[in-house]
Design a protein around this ligand. Structure first.
Ligand code: DCP
Ligand code: CA
Length: 405
């Protein structure tokens, strides 16, 4: 499905006066639930994922059975052990959670192309006008819950409302393993009686300040004059007040596509030395190339940025015939641009930067006579992998060695 541009789509919906519907889905006791899914013996027990027992770590996730003992995320493991000595303590495995997260997001993406992850285990879905596909939005939410249960063996709570903030509060209010729909037009009355601490963004500190102002419920906050909040909360006041009033037209925004990659550095001392500038350029190019390859993209345009000692800043770019993801190509183009710029403006340089843009899909180069591009691409991948494991400094290629090394 090709997603329509969000604006086009929202306008179409608005013209039909379909009430806006937003889903917020959040996995229950995420890290713990992944462990329970792998080891069903843990089901129904107080389980805690966090640092080693007896160690200095904190609780990352606690099962609802553990929460009954007063255990919560962020609490030192030692305290949790005191509150519930018989709890099962698990150190956890982050890779497992990443895997589960990917599968969870993939299921959600089957229900709406307008998906905004809010972390590993939660996401918003814009589902306005999607009723006809599933009967009702509530049916749709039930289907999501069933797929997450059947395919991942994980419990998920879902809130449905007319805006993001209310959908999120609703999913929280429905936990664990809940489903709560706030009917169209009732967002504000739903929020009003809830304790103000339930509003996303209101932490313990804000809650205490609000309490001193006599604000206990979200409804109390909604009724405060916005100006009275400004003196206490500054720019944050307006956000809080609008959220409390369920006045939230923030769109569900899929994560932005990366359109360019660049690196730059400012020197301790300005320099006009071509060798030094070129070495720096190579070092920055390697980082840009690694980034580009990590996105699995090729780029056609190479951009060079220079700032001179008098702070004049120039950018120069060159577009190649074909896309590349190779450090050598990017560097050669960048260096040509650098040489040209240095001849044109004879002033010491205080900053140098290189970047690529104009991304094109990755194509395998089928050059039968010359497989050099493919071999180089393979080499860069090997280098990227080693650096990902051992750090960028683990491998240094010839051109990047600086005078001070
Ligand atoms: N997390 C963490 N440290 C914290 C809070 C959370 O490492 N202080 C991790 C572990 C959680 C995951 O993030 O499993 C998701 O955080 P949530 O706040 O959504 O908490 P849970 O999913 O564990 O519980 P629930 O959503 O049911 O309240
Ligand atoms: Ca969660």
């Amino acid at each position: 499905m090709v997603p329509l541009s969000h604006h086009l789509w929202r306008e179409t919906v608005a013209s039909h006066e379909v009430p806006r519907r937003v889903i917020h889905a959040d996995l229950d006791a995420f890290f713990v639930s992944v462990e329970v899914a792998l080891n069903p013996e843990l089901k129904g027990k107080p389980v805690i994922v966090g640092g080693r027992p007896g160690g200095r770590g904190v609780v990352a996730s606690a099962s609802y059975e553990a929460r009954a003992f007063g255990i919560s995320a962020g609490m030192p493991i030692k305290t949790a052990e005191r509150l519930c000595p018989k709890a099962v303590f698990i150190q956890g495995n982050f890779n497992r959670y990443i895997e589960a997260s990917k599968k969870f997001m993939a299921i959600l993406a089957d229900f709406s192309p307008f998906l905004e992850p809010g972390g590993l285990d939660e996401a918003y879905l814009e589902v306005t006008g999607f009723e006809s596909l599933h009967g009702t939005i509530k049916n749709m939410a039930e289907k999501i819950k069933k797929r997450v249960r059947d395919e991942l063996n994980l419990p998920v709570s879902i809130g449905i409302a007319g805006c993001k903030v209310v959908a999120k509060v609703a999913s929280g209010a429905s936990k664990p393993n809940g489903l709560l729909e706030v009917p169209p037009g009732e967002d504000k009355v739903f929020l009003a009686p809830l304790p103000v601490g339930k509003l996303p963004g209101v932490g313990k500190k804000t809650e205490a300040v609000l309490k001193n102002l006599g604000v206990r419920t979200i409804g109390n906050l909604a009724e405060m004059p916005e100006d009275a909040l400004k003196s206490r909360f500054g720019v944050y006041a307006s956000y809080l007040w609008h959220m409390a009033n369920a006045d939230d037209d923030r769109p569900v925004e899929p994560p932005g596509e990366v359109k360019s990659v660049s690196r730059e550095t400012t020197f301790a001392e300005d320099s006009s030395q071509i060798e030094f500038l070129a070495q720096t350029l190579w070092r920055l190019t390697e980082e840009v190339g690694a980034d580009l390859r990590s996105y699995d993209r090729m780029a056609r345009t190479v951009n060079l940025k220079l700032r001179y000692s008098d702070f004049t800043t120039i950018t120069r770019s060159m577009t190649l015939k074909q896309g590349t993801d190779g450090d050598n190509d990017i560097y050669a183009t960048g260096k040509a641009l650098l040489e040209r710029a240095l001849t044109a403006i004879r002033m010491p340089v205080r900053l140098i930067g290189i970047g690529v843009s104009g991304f094109v899909p990755k194509s395998i180069q089928l050059d039968l006579l010359d497989n050099r591009p493919q071999r180089l691409s393979d080499l860069y991948r090997v280098i990227d992998n080693i650096r990902a494991k051992y750090g960028f400094e683990a491998i240094k290629t010839g051109k990047g060695i600086r005078e001070d090394d």
